[in-house]
Design a protein around this ligand. Structure first.
Ligand code: HEM
Length: 402
């Protein structure tokens, strides 16, 4: 496990960048965000020069208070809810300090961590008033939970998030689940998921044996997710998080193999490629994913998302929000969605063809105007994609030499 000082050193050495609003000597250990009037450490205000005021194609879906810079990153100076003010700084510590604004290993691990924290929730245990899991941040609190074999690969992200919780004096569940929401947004195409704060500290370590095993039969997996409160259809939407996923522990000989050929974007190719019998070079298929794609009970819901970016992201966002609230009462929480950056809309980054459009948006208001076209996944223009990513992350990064 990395020590906190090692993490700081690594962040400085790796990119040679400074992180906006975060004291450079301790990347994850940012001071709490200042009040709005101070200009504080939060995105968009008082920070680095932001080149190019305009947005490239690909950023959209305003998330909150308009940033004066036009960057799409809401500024603490425009905060509308006083309880959300510290969370602008925490957003920057995670998205800037830990993710560097990219869909990299830390962002992917944060998405999986959100599931592994919340996915220990059980309606059956709740009915018996027994110690339960849920979206409570217990993974950041009890050192034994993250050491369980099913949590292999999550130790680094846990060690990076723990000091943020301590430094800002906020609840581990809130930090962990904000990191999950930000992880999805860091992945181009990832939808905006409402961010709630106010979770109480975990009451207990999560019960053992509740996270799904990729080699379990489909009926066992469906029953486990039903015990969390998810329908089969919601599970098929959630599984698409594997669009940006890799494996290293199911088959260590194929460490870092990804679950689809576009691991750096949040697209529907995971569904397309998993449902196809071919295993493409560099990719790896979990038995559970293949079984869901082919099982009579689940295959229709699984394949429904192929080429349907807008429908999938909409259903994913709803299911992830539900996941981030498992075991919590939303009435006791505060909606701080206003702190979230705009998502990167990959459909507007698609390579256009002579038959028109990038296609593949399919219904749900996300593009795909020609309904007679065969359902395909859009091909993303790499130059436009990189421009959109650089615009997205520029707010958090300042070249060390300037
Ligand atoms: C039946 C349900 C599921 C099973 C059996 C499953 C299993 C797995 C396994 C075995 C890995 C690879 C771990 C490794 O070897 O490194 C993995 C990775 C991942 N899973 Fe799942 N998973 C399930 C559902 C989910 C859900 C619901 C989410 C999130 C909403 C999720 C998010 C991820 C992510 C993001 C990764 C990649 C992590 C990385 O690349 O670092 N999974 N999953």
């Amino acid at each position: 496990m990395l020590s906190f000082s090692m993490v700081s050193l690594l962040a400085t050495l790796l990119l040679g960048i400074s992180v906006q609003g975060i004291p450079q000597a301790a990347v994850p250990s940012a001071t709490p965000s200042a009040a709005p009037a101070s200009g504080g450490p939060s995105g968009g205000g008082g920070g680095p020069p932001i080149t190019g005021g305009g947005k490239p194609p690909g950023t959209g879906n305003p998330a909150g208070g308009e940033s004066p810079s036009g960057s799409g990153i809401p500024n603490v100076q425009n905060a509308t809810n006083a309880q959300c003010v510290p969370w602008y700084g925490i957003r920057d510590a995670i998205m800037g300090g830990l993710f560097q604004g990219r869909c990299g290993a830390n962002a992917r691990a944060a998405i999986r961590l959100a599931f592994h924290d919340a996915g220990t929730f059980s309606l059956a245990l709740q009915a018996e008033a027994l110690p339960n899991g849920g979206a409570d941040g217990s993974m950041l609190v009890d050192p034994n939970e993250v050491l369980r074999s099913e949590n292999n690969g999550l130790q680094t992200i846990v060690s990076l998030l723990q000091p943020i919780t301590a430094q800002f004096g906020v609840s581990p569940g809130d930090v962990l689940h904000l990191a999950g929401v930000l992880g999805v947004l860091a992945c181009p195409g990832g939808p905006l998921i409402n961010a709630f704060i106010g979770r109480a500290p975990p009451a207990n370590i999560a019960p053992m044996g509740l996270l799904p095993d990729p080699n379990s039969p489909i009926d066992v997996l469906l029953a486990r997710f039903a015990d969390m409160g998810f329908s089969s259809r919601e599970l098929m939407a959630l599984l698409g998080a594997h669009s940006t996923g890799t494996q290293s522990f199911v088959d260590p000989a194929q460490a870092n193999a990804s679950f689809d050929t576009t691991v750096d974007i949040w697209d529907t190719r995971f569904y397309t490629e998993t449902a196809d019998a071919t295993v493409l070079p560099g990719t790896f298929k979990l038995n559970s994913d293949v079984n869901f794609a082919g099982n009579a009970t689940t295959s229709a819901d699984f394949s429904r998302f192929i080429g349907k970016q807008a429908i999938w992201t909409s259903e994913y966002a709803a299911a992830h929000l539900k996941m981030s609230l498992l075991g919590q009462s939303v009435d006791d929480l505060t909606d701080c969605t206003e702190i979230l950056p705009e998502s990167i809309d990959i459909l507007s980054l698609a390579v256009t063809t002579s038959t028109g459009g990038g296609g593949g948006g399919g219904g749900g208001g996300g593009g795909g105007s020609n309904s007679n076209k065969p359902v395909t996944d859009p091909t993303i223009d790499p130059v436009k994609l990189e421009a959109a990513i650089e615009q997205f992350r520029s707010i958090w990064l300042v070249p060390a030499t300037t």
